[in-house]
Design a protein around this ligand. Structure first.
Ligand SMILES: [Zn+2]
Length: 105
C-alpha cells in the first residue's frame, strides 16, 4: 500500500513561501516557485552563507564545478559565468520561464 508521506513537506514549502521575489544568484532571472539554496562556498569547506538559485541553475553549478573550484571562485570574486559552459547556459536560460526545467530526469 502506497501512502503519501507529507510530514516533511511543510519544511520545504516554508522556505519557498517566505522567499521574496529576488533574482537568482547565478542567472539573474527572478526566482520562480521552486528555489534551491546553494552554498557559494561548500559546506564541506566551511561555507555558511547560502544564496537562492533556480533548481536548474543549481544543477548547472554542480555539474561544472568541484568544491575546490567553487572556493577559488568565491575567494577571488570571480563570477561563475567566467566558465564558458556556465556563461552559455545563463545566456540560453535567460529567456526561459522561471520554473522552466529541462528534461534532465
Ligand atoms: Zn537561475
Amino acid at each position: 500500500m502506497a501512502r503519501k508521506i507529507r510530514d516533511a513537506s511543510w519544511l520545504e514549502n516554508e522556505a519557498t513561501a517566505t522567499a521574496p521575489p529576488e533574482p537568482c544568484w547565478l542567472c539573474g532571472r527572478l526566482l520562480g516557485e521552486t528555489v534551491d539554496r546553494f552554498h557559494p562556498i561548500p559546506k564541506s569547506r566551511g561555507g555558511r552563507d547560502t544564496v537562492l538559485v533556480h533548481p536548474i541553475c543549481r544543477e548547472t553549478i554542480d555539474a561544472n564545478f568541484t568544491a575546490s573550484e567553487l572556493v577559488r571562485h568565491a575567494e577571488s570574486g570571480t563570477p561563475l559565468t567566467d566558465n564558458q559552459t556556465v556563461a552559455r547556459f545563463v545566456k540560453w536560460v535567460a529567456k526561459k520561464p522561471a520554473d522552466f526545467h529541462s528534461a534532465t530526469k
